[in-house]
Design a protein around this ligand. Structure first.
Ligand SMILES: [Zn+2]
Length: 392
């Protein structure tokens, strides 16, 4: 599509945009508490909003029947591609903060992460329907629970993707707007328990043939340091290096008791192209070797949060995004890393579907002081609608 035609499209999209409706949608989502795992009520609310707007809404449960997901489709009669708007409705487990509008900001639980973004996607869908500017293909909007770790691990979205609830490309209105992310590391959390067999005893009574779990823990710190050094030599120019990180280590009760357990907890991150199964196997092999060298038992809980993320900068979605972004904002968006893992990682690593994370200017995510910028929500809604007319 040429730029003059695109500019004409944008004019018609602007005429259909409704700022008050966008704000009201965000408020109606934020006012329903939805801690991860328990987002059923807000999913019902979103389904009702979309239904009232005349969209056909489905509720695939994605193996999480307590909070079925929301899926709404707007289709034209002409064949074409399907663009998906996707996001999560759950919020981190913090005290609930009700919504409030303060000048150009909406505050409250999930305002930033990411009910403000979902409201933008809903507004874009309405605008496409009312303006008649989507002439081919379709747009699918999906919203789900179980996103935020450690209470969720993306399982509901993974099920939806595997069941076919996916478009030819995806836009995700998470609060990231200063770069167009094209590479991101995958991540897992781990918790290791190092155990000896005997009971806790006074140190002078300790059985001399039983190993020290603290010494084994120290040895694990050393070996993970060596692993980190070795894997850190691999560098991705966009998203950096693989890493292994220790966030906590604990052992012992008092100064002269011989402890039974030492536990450590941390993360492991890897680059696009690596395999989560291989990364986990390497970590477990290191633990097995240490257990055998030190005569201790080692247990490990490993939780893969999301696979890595890659987006081909030549993909049609990126070209379309940049052309529309340029029209809306006056310049293309710089390519860069994705500092966190999100649903885009799942779309790419499970189904090879290109995904762009781009949402309104917002802050305070994972705190009780979330906010989202209303002017920028309008920008994102019109950008999403414009990209759909271009891509589909
Ligand atoms: Zn989020």
């Amino acid at each position: 599509m040429s730029t003059p035609i695109l500019a004409e499209t944008l004019k018609k999209i602007d005429a259909a945009m409704d700022r008050d409706r966008l704000i009201e949608t965000a408020i109606r989502l934020i006012e329903v508490p939805s801690p991860t795992g328990d987002a059923g009520a807000v999913s019902d609310r979103l389904a009702q909003i979309l239904h009232d707007d005349g969209f056909s809404v489905e509720r695939p449960d994605g193996n999480h029947p307590g909070s079925p997901a929301v899926a709404a489709r707007f289709s034209t009669d002409a064949p074409g591609l399907q663009l998906q708007f996707n996001g999560h409705l759950d919020t981190v487990h913090l005290p609930f903060v009700p919504p409030e509008v303060r000048e150009n900001l909406i505050t409250g639980s999930g305002a930033s992460d990411m009910k403000g973004g979902i409201a933008c996607a809903v507004e874009a869908l309405r605008v496409l329907k009312e303006s008649g500017m989507l002439t081919k293909g379709s747009v699918l909007l999906t919203a789900h629970d179980l996103h935020e770790a450690p209470w969720g691990d993306g399982r509901q979205l993974d099920s939806l993707i595997r069941e076919g609830w996916r478009g030819d490309a995806v836009l995700i209105p998470e609060p990231l707007c200063n770069v167009l992310p094209i590479e991101g590391r995958g991540s897992a959390t781990w918790k290791v328990r190092i155990l000896r067999s005997g009971p806790a005893v006074h140190e002078v009574m300790r059985p001399m043939d039983e190993p020290s779990v603290i010494a084994a823990g120290a040895e694990l710190v050393k070996r993970l340091g060596e692993l980190g050094h070795a894997i850190g030599s691999e560098v991705n120019p966009i998203c950096g290096s693989p890493s292994v990180f220790i966030g906590q280590i604990h052992s012992g009760e008092i100064f002269n008791q011989y402890p039974q357990e030492c536990w450590l907890e941390g993360t492991r991150r890897w680059l696009p192209g690596d395999n989560p199964g291989r990364v986990e196997a390497e970590f477990r092999a290191l633990l097995a070797e240490l257990a055998s060298d030190r005569g201790v038992t080692i247990e490990c809980d490993w939780l893969t949060i999301r696979g890595a993320f890659h987006l081909d900068p030549q993909a049609p979605l990126v070209t379309d995004f940049q052309e529309c972004y340029q029209l809306v904002s006056g310049h293309p968006l710089a390519l860069g890393p994705k500092p966190f893992v999100d649903d885009g990682n799942s779309f790419w690593s499970l189904a090879d579907v290109p995904a762009i994370t781009h949402g309104p200017r917002a802050g305070g995510q994972h705190t009780i002081s979330e906010w989202v910028d209303i002017d920028d929500m309008m920008r994102v809604a019109r950008l999403y609608a414009t990209i759909a007319t271009h891509f589909c």
